[in-house]
Structure formats: C-alpha cells, structure tokens
Design a protein around this ligand. Structure first.
Ligand SMILES: Nc1ncnc2c1ncn2[C@@H]1O[C@H](COP(=O)(O)OP(=O)(O)OP(=O)(O)O)[C@@H](O)[C@H]1O
Ligand SMILES: [Mg+2]
Length: 234
C-alpha cells in the first residue's frame, strides 16, 4: 500500500537551528496514528516541514507517490493533507461560516460541506455569523477542525488540538475525531494528553530530540496508557 504521507531521513532547520535529525514516519489511508513526545522535541516542526514553514535540507517527503521537493501548504491540501495548527489560527476578520468556506478553497471533491460540518458541530451553526475569534477556545478548536474537514482531506494532522481545553470539551473532540476517522479520514494526532491518544489512535510514534525513537500499537486500556506513558518520559 502506498502511504498517504511518508517522511524519510528528514533534516529540518529554522535558520541555522537543526531541529529534525533523520526523522522517518508514514501514515497509511484510514490510519489513526498518534505522534507523542515532550515539549520541544520537534513535533510541530514535523508539521512545519510538511508545510514548508521549516526548511528541509535533507531527506524526502512523499504525498502518496509524489515526491515533494518544495513543500507548501496548498500543495499538501491539493494532495488531501490538511493541518489543524497548534493554537488554532482562526482568521480574526472572518465569521465562523467564512472561516469554514475558506477551508474549501482547495476545491477537493468529497463528502464534507457546510451542512455536514454543522451536523457535526451544531454550535457552529448557531454562531455562523459571529466573528470566529469571538468563540470560546473549545468552539474555536471545533471551527479549526471543521475548516480542515471542508477541504475533504484524506489525512488530517492535528497539532495538540486539546491544549488548554476543559475536560468536557476534550471528550467531545475525542468523539468527533473518532467519527471523522470512522468515515475513513486518516489522522495524525499530535497530543500530550495520552488518555486522549489511547481513545483515538491505533498506532503511536514517540519522538525524542528530533527523531522517532519508538513506535507501537495503542491499546485503549489502563495498561495501554501505561505502555505509551513510558515513551514520553524518556
Ligand atoms: N521558528 C523557530 N525558530 C527557531 N527555533 C524554533 C522555532 N520554532 C521552534 N523552534 C525550536 O525547535 C525545537 C522544536 O520545536 P517544536 O515546536 O517543533 O516542538 P514541539 O515538540 O512541537 O513542542 P510543543 O509540545 O511545546 O508544541 C524547540 O527547541 C524550539 O525552541
Ligand atoms: Mg508543538
């Protein structure tokens, strides 16, 4: 099977700061993969490299069978790879609905449209004409997820989507991620909340110091949680 996303021996930099050291990973169609690791190990830099926001000086990126030498956000989106960025980045001057419509700009065909997003997140329909940044943190995260789905992605990269959110909102988002994955969209979930990881992911990749140092199956049980916790301690 050809992976939707494949990174091999990545070397990534911000200026002269060398952040990713030979990182490799892949995500297959429909997979639910978690990328875990402590603050500062380079998780967001993986996303930024895929989007061309961190500089790749070695290694390869493939979107499906296509080698990507000059990554850009729109190139990823054209290949069905969409990011829900850390910190959400809702466009301030746009309403909720305008933010959602922006997500569809890439013009990929698929099952998701405004009506579907509003069924998934009824609160967004209620607040459709409110400025996106007037929403609560949890609602903004729902908007960020909805905006990503509007691109009809085959893979969503979620960068710490529950950071700073109340447990009840985290539970709602976990259900949504499961629903989205059940419909066949692959997930790469970057997450420090490991109880969320065991609920959503089927496979984990653990990072330390700019590379993937362990991987394995995720089991949704107290023992499964314990097993992956060890990999974030190192
Ligand atoms: N724009 C930048 N310029 C220089 N260094 C950066 C830049 N952004 C991040 N870094 C550094 O790169 C390293 C990896 O950062 P990154 O944001 O990828 O970590 P992370 O694993 O996502 O952390 P967190 O869990 O806190 O989000 C850190 O040492 C960070 O200080
Ligand atoms: Mg990060």
């Amino acid at each position: 099977m050809t992976a939707l996303l494949k990174l091999d021996h990545l070397q990534s930099f911000y200026g002269s700061a060398h952040i990713l050291h030979g990182l490799g990973l892949h995500v297959n169609a429909g997979e639910r993969v978690a990328l875990i690791g402590r603050n500062g190990v380079g998780k967001t830099t993986v996303v930024n490299t895929i989007l061309g926001l961190a500089q790749m000086k070695g290694g390869t990126i493939h979107f499906g069978n296509t080698p990507i030498t000059r990554p850009r956000p729109y190139i990823a989106a054209q290949h069905g790879i969409v990011v829900v960025p850390q910190g959400r980045r809702i466009v301030a001057n746009l309403t909720v609905e305008e933010n959602l419509i922006l997500g569809a700009a890439v013009g990929r065909k698929g099952p998701w449209n405004l009506a579907g997003i509003y069924r998934l997140f009824p609160i967004l329909r209620e607040r459709a004409h409110t400025p996106g940044t007037a929403l609560s943190g949890g609602q903004q995260q729902m908007l960020a997820v909805g905006r990503a789905l509007m691109a009809n992605p085959s893979l969503i990269l979620l960068d710490e989507p529950t950071e700073g959110l109340a447990p009840v909102i985290v539970d709602q988002l976990a259900d949504i991620f499961q629903q989205v994955a059940d419909q066949g969209t692959a997930l790469l979930l970057i997450e420090q909340n490991l109880s969320l990881v065991v609920r959503v992911a089927h496979r984990f990749l653990a990072m330390a110091k700019g590379s993937v140092v362990a991987e394995g199956r995720v089991v949704n049980s107290p023992q499964g949680l314990h097993d992956i916790e060890e990999h974030v301690m190192v």
